[in-house]
Design a protein around this ligand. Sequence first.
Ligand SMILES: Nc1ncnc2c1ncn2[C@@H]1O[C@H](COP(=O)(O)OP(=O)(O)O)[C@@H](O)[C@H]1O
Ligand SMILES: [Mg+2]
Length: 310
Amino acid sequence: MSPTMVGTTALPLPSVRRGKVRDVYAVGDGRLLLVASDRVSAFDVVMRELVPYKGAVLTQITAWWLRQFEEEIAHHMLSVDADEIVAATPALRPHVQQLRGRAMLCRRTDVFPIECVVRGYISGSAWKEYKTSGTLAGEQLPPGLLESAPFTRPIFSPATKAETGHDENITMEQMRGVVGAADAAALETLARRLYERGRDVAASRGIIIADTKFEFGRAPDGRVLLIDEVMTPDSSRFWPADQYAPGRTQPSFDKQPLRDWLDTERRAGRWDGNAPPPTLSDAVVAATSERYLDAFRRITGAPLDTRALQ
Ligand SMILES: Nc1ncnc2c1ncn2[C@@H]1O[C@H](COP(=O)(O)OP(=O)(O)O)[C@@H](O)[C@H]1O
Ligand SMILES: [Mg+2]
């Protein structure tokens, strides 16, 4: 049997947002249903093919971290059990198969409009800025860092949540302007602590979490909750530790087979790097699916229960 695959959903609930990969619905006044699809993007282009188990892997990795972090911080998760979710919202019953493994019912919060990025290693946009100006979000970094090198101490590197286009790195000063000094300091402390804990767990299982992004929201009772997705391959850079070497870009734990194949297509002149993407072979899709499942298995220490998703 193969798993139910989901591209876009059309659930009988008010739609709040459709992201590149997740669909968000309102459930009554105070709750949200986050549904992770099996869509995959690379080089900022969403592929047409779906990746088996990807949505479930993202949702279940998030659920696992939220439980791990429960003593540090309250979170938004109410349920990831599709039967429970459907029991609470009977209109969803005909769609239960689509929800299995990939849907999370959450407390709806007032989101702090800041992506709380923590970087343990210099990569991506941080490396780009450092290479041209020696800074990160305008603040000086030590000279002579190699690409992908670890920082002596992880760097808290907030970004705005852009409605369209790419998030923009901002300074702590700017973050204080948006959320106030007290919340800015509290979110920084939380994000650093969660990153360091998660990084250590992943490191003991062969994955370097080079950087990650947390989001926080305020619940109606005033508490700050950890929300959104948590330390998934989509919100973080996962690198295979056994292939790590500073001084170059690192292979991506989850998307490297896909990226390598797309690069080959590009070099052969069969793809210009923009949408529409080329048609993916079954082998590339299978290799990508396997990587996501492997990420889940390594992080959590047990394989994803794929039988429960058929
Ligand atoms: N508990 C929550 N309360 C309110 N908003 C949330 C909660 N959890 C996640 N969100 C929001 O849901 C949205 C999910 O969209 P997402 O799939 O990340 O789209 P994008 O591709 O634009 O990032 C984000 O804007 C996130 O802030
Ligand atoms: Mg997002």
